[in-house]
Design a protein around this ligand. Structure first.
Ligand code: 2M8
Length: 498
């Protein structure tokens, strides 16, 4: 499938409006994940947000990460939400009751679980950008890495120890929310065994912010999410106690692959800056973590499908689901033949090349899978951040052409400037929250990945720019303006970056 490339005008509008969205969602020291549905700081959202902001302001990108670290627990865990001010978001701090946990941070309210470790990948990206800019930006970024190296190492070590006590090489998650893919069919089999016990009543707040409840997880799913939260509270957020008493203990391949990739990048930065040295230093520790989890991810691959599998650690069963997490090996590398096989699979007819897709970008579940649902949250819709991750991984493995295809298709998908939380993969319609920070951030990063000669500085905007309506876009495509080049053959290349 070929994709119409965004025109220069569309690119200008997109970068302006993406900058505007991030500025509007900026609360000073941190960025809300979205203005209505997610009015707090989310952990992995913050990583993507920071790398997007870096294309505009390196200092502001670094302060995003610094702000996230202010919520780090004494165990090293970076919590999945930092609550800075009261809101109608549910479950809020009164439900998480993290005061029962000895390891909680002082001075900031947080949730009690975590999310995928994308942060050091973002940091290495920011450092790369800062070095390209040089001067004060470079000094600031290098100083930030020196200052925070141990905190990132503590975060990775927490995942590698408290969440992999038996050294399987797979990070254990205790809640579907920890995977970032809340209601993904990855977790259907384990959730089927979760029986909701006695817990306080609840009223969902999320449904007030979406047009159609079928786009969100069901009430029955939500009850299970809250039941697991209750079990974490009963375990006083002690991982060993939860492991023995909780209903959901899964080895997550995507989290594991991100941990491996991030650990390698942390080691690289340590080496470059001369920190974390010595045989027992942070660089060596990071390399060991990377090796263990890369091995764990590669071992999980189903030789028939070529996809990685999560492991139900309570039953010892592999979870074979055609979700985008199956491409975890692309993120951590380590097997060139598998990388090529996964590249072809990802771009092929079961995935991005599926004939029903409006845009050839990574869907959360294969449209060819019986589990595929067009508009239900993580059961099929497209999440720009997933597409970014796969493009980043392909680029890192030297698969620039494939990476570029995903990047261009991803940009075309975002051209209406809604920056939605997720996209209906068949119609291309925007779903969930609008003005989602991480989506705007991805747009900025994708735009900045154009050839350096074509790079134009993005500016913060203080006033709203017009969106490109579907009618305007249809008129454009129908020929109301000069025809644009089609197809990836003439597209700008993505430079190879960390
Ligand atoms: C979604 O998750 C939150 C719970 O953490 C929710 O549905 O309330 C997920 O898409 C998650 O991956 C994301 O980080 C979060 C904020 O964008 O929303």
């Amino acid at each position: 499938m070929t994709v119409a490339q965004p025109s220069a005008v569309e690119i200008g509008l997109m970068s302006g409006r993406a900058g505007y969205v991030l500025k509007a969602n900026d609360r000073g020291a941190f960025t809300v994940a979205s203005p209505t549905l997610y009015p707090h700081m989310w952990s992995w959202d913050a990583g993507f947000v920071a790398l997007g902001i870096a294309t505009v302001s390196v200092p502001r990108a670094l302060s995003e990460l610094r702000s996230l670290l202010s919520g780090q627990w004494a165990t090293g865990m970076i919590p999945h939400i930092l609550f800075h001010s009261p809101s109608d978001y549910f479950p809020g701090p009164e439900r998480w009751r993290t005061q029962v946990a000895a390891a909680r941070p002082a001075g900031v309210l947080t949730s009690g679980i975590c999310q995928p470790p994308i942060h050091v990948i973002a940091l290495s990206r920011i450092l790369h950008d800062a070095r390209r800019k040089g001067g004060a930006d470079q000094e600031l970024a290098e100083e930030f890495v020196r200052e925070t190296f141990d905190a990132w190492l503590a975060w990775h070590s927490y995942l590698a120890t408290a969440r992999d006590p038996y050294s399987y090489g797979l990070v254990e998650i205790h809640h579907g929310w920890e995977s970032g893919m809340d209601d993904s069919p990855r977790w259907d089999a384990p959730y089927a065994n979760v029986r909701v016990g006695a817990m306080p009543p609840f009223v969902r707040a999320d449904l007030a912010h979406v047009a159609d409840p079928s786009q969100r997880p069901s009430d029955a799913e939500y009850a299970k999410y809250l039941w697991l939260l209750e079990q974490k509270v009963h375990a006083r957020y002690d991982d060993a106690v939860y492991r023995a008493t909780g209903d959901f203990v899964m080895g997550d391949v995507l989290v594991s692959a991100l941990l491996a990739a991030a650990s390698d990048l942390l080691a690289d930065m340590g080496e470059e800056l001369g920190i974390g040295g010595g045989a027992s230093g942070g660089v060596e520790q990071s390399r060991a973590i990377a090796r263990r989890f890369r091995t764990g991810v590669l071992r999980s691959v189903n030789p028939e499908t070529g996809l990685a599998r999560d492991l139900d650690l309570r039953t010892g069963t592999w979870l074979d689901v055609e979700s985008a997490a199956g491409f975890a090996p692309l993120l951590c590398g380590g097997d060139d033949a598998l990388t090529r096989r996964q590249r072809d699979l990802l771009l092929g007819p079961r995935w991005c090349g599926h004939s029903r897709l409006r845009w050839p970008v990574v869907p959360s579940v294969s449209p060819a899978s019986p589990a595929f649902r067009e508009q239900t949250y993580w059961r099929g819709p497209q999440w720009p951040v997933l597409n970014w991750l796969m493009a980043w991984a392909l680029n890192r493995s030297g698969e620039q052409e494939a990476a570029n295809q995903l990047r261009l298709a991803g940009l075309s998908q975002l051209v209406d400037c809604d920056f939605a939380e997720y996209y209906q993969p068949v119609t291309g319609e925007t779903l969930g929250s609008r003005d989602q920070s991480w989506t705007a951030a991805i747009a900025l990063d994708f735009l900045a990945a154009r050839r350096p000669a074509q790079r134009r500085p993005v500016r913060w905007l203080t006033s709203e720019l017009p969106r490109i309506t579907p009618t305007q876009r249809a008129a454009d495509l129908a020929g109301d303006r000069p025809p644009r080049t089609r197809g990836p053959a003439t597209t700008p290349e993505m430079p190879r970056t960390p």
